[in-house]
Design a protein around this ligand. Sequence first.
Ligand SMILES: *Cc1c(COP(=O)(O)O)cnc(C)c1O
Length: 233
Amino acid sequence: MSALTLADVYRARQRIAGRAIATPLVQSQSLTPCGGRAGSSQARNASEPTGSFKLRGATNALAHIAEEGGKRVVTASTGNHGRTVAHAARALGIEAAVCMSSLVPKNKVDAVAALGARVVIAGKSQDDAQVEALRLVKEEGYAFVPPFDDARVIAGQATISLEILEALPDAGTILVPLLGGGFFSGVAFAAKHIKPDARLIGISMQRGAALHARLEAGKPVFVEENSKHSPIH
Ligand SMILES: *Cc1c(COP(=O)(O)O)cnc(C)c1O
């Protein structure tokens, strides 16, 4: 896919329709006092089969791959992304492999396996697992699905902005959880195209705030990953 366009986001919405659940905005008790206006949030996590909005991005990426004739996908993951790819692959009738390091807890490995994915345990870190995933791409013809750094994933996550701004056309500020930045990129991209004066704020955990560190430094920097505190991808 070349540079992302708003049309890609609308196409992503069509692609994932019926596969990722559109969730309503709900009034948030904890946000309402902030800024003197009604706070709203999407009941996103609870209602998705894998407990994460990630299903949108993964489903859009996998649907692209399936449309192009791809039959097997691989990812490296310690958590939500691997489960989501496994789930989306099963829904689309394609094979998934999820590479995880030996440090990933058994319950997470079991959750991925229970979704019918091939589980590959490799090395002692997420980086090792990614090396193995890329080996499967090269040697076994899998298509790689990155957790966030991917235009198809970003377009899928961006569909949330379409829903937010349809439900609340005068939304002033949109707060987005942020780690690798795929979710924030998508939400900000679509929201800014539709409503240029919307304010977008990405909120990262203090530990492993990689994107924040990168923007501060003005160049990519190494940030220690603490899987106990950031078991997200
Ligand atoms: C994946 C995930 C994030 C971070 O998404 P990025 O695209 O990596 O920024 C934040 N919160 C939750 C609950 C997640 O599952």
